[in-house]
Design a protein around this ligand. Structure first.
Ligand code: C2E
Ligand code: CA
Ligand code: CA
Ligand code: CA
Length: 277
């Protein structure tokens, strides 16, 4: 092992020591889960604050484990990344979102879907080609799916990762920067990133109505993003006051339990149809 590989494996090892049996069995089970139908996408609306409508959703993965029940992504995405299964998992996610996009088009629900991409995916040199294949296979319009990436996705090999993101954006696929403000990225780095949308992390939003410091951060982030031509989404809105405050600051979109919890496609489809009435 090179030093770099060892380092990459460290957090995994710590986790195994803490709960060796469970993690090991999840590693093996995950291979099966990706190939069988144990994975499921839940969808959470992004509300266009001004228009009061939902035109896009974020897909959030869930694992319906036969023995352990519903496992949240934070409990297995890291494992998938550390065991080389994240490429297969992400392909599954994008194909499933593409299938659901077309199913909603059939129901005359024209929604764009955002999928979460791991930093590891950007190390796969075939990633751009794989995206192109999926777009062709499902005859997707370029703006059918958006890719959400975190700032930290470009830290390990920025030149290569940013190059890949530029290629993806050149194809016409929209990119969104997730968890904005939590990473180590500087404004200089943000300027280099080819993104269309910025998502302000929940940690700045959840107390924004009462915390003056968070208000300054959120307000200036919205302004900066707009100056850079980006659309702004705030995550983690749990009450009406926060939604209203964000609207007053010119935030474009809002996501959070107050608007809707993530839910299976059928439920979200129903919710959207009822909302329209
Ligand atoms: P994220 O992309 O930042 O997604 C937002 C998380 O916040 C989701 O958790 C969502 O359910 C939760 N959330 C939404 N609104 C609220 C709210 O008002 N209050 C609170 N407290 N939480 C809210 P979830 O679904 O457990 O996902 C956790 C993380 O797992 C995601 O964070 C994302 O980084 C990752 N993830 C989810 N699906 C995928 C996937 O398909 N692929 C990859 N690579 N990562 C994924
Ligand atoms: Ca996300
Ligand atoms: Ca987030
Ligand atoms: Ca996250």
């Amino acid at each position: 092992h090179s030093k770099r590989e060892m380092k990459a494996f460290l957090p995994y090892k710590a986790e195994m020591d803490a709960d060796a049996g469970r993690t090991l069995s999840l590693v093996n089970d995950l291979r099966i889960a990706i190939e069988s139908d144990q994975l499921q996408l839940f969808y959470q609306p992004k509300l266009d604050i001004n228009a009061g409508v939902v035109r896009d959703l974020e897909a959030l993965i869930r694992w319906r484990h036969p023995e352990q029940g519903m496992i949240p992504p934070d409990a297995f995405i890291g494992i998938a990344e550390q065991t080389g299964q994240i490429d297969a998992l992400t392909r599954w996610v994008i194909r499933e979102a593409a299938r659901q996009y077309n199913a909603w088009v059939e129901e005359e629900l024209l929604l764009s879907i955002a999928v979460n991409i791991s930093a590891e995916n950007l190390k796969n040199q075939n990633f751009t080609a794989e995206l192109e294949e999926i777009w062709q296979e499902f005859s997707l319009p370029m703006d059918a799916l958006t890719l959400e990436i975190t700032e930290s996705a470009v830290v390990s090999d920025p030149v290569s990762a940013i190059g890949m993101l530029c290629d993806i954006q050149d194809q016409g696929i929209k990119l969104s920067i997730d968890d904005y403000g939590t990473g180590y990225s500087s404004l200089a780095q943000l300027k280099q990133l080819p993104v269309n949308e910025l998502k302000i992390d929940r940690s700045f939003v959840d107390k924004v109505y009462s915390d003056p410091d968070d208000q300054i951060i959120v307000r200036s982030t919205i302004r900066m993003a707009h100056d850079m031509g980006l659309s702004v989404v705030a995550e983690g809105i749990e009450d009406a006051e926060t939604l209203e405050w964000l609207g007053e600051q010119g935030c474009d979109k809002a996501q959070g339990y107050f608007i809707s919890r993530p839910a299976p496609a059928a439920e979200i489809g129903q919710w959207l149809k009822e909302k329209d009435k």
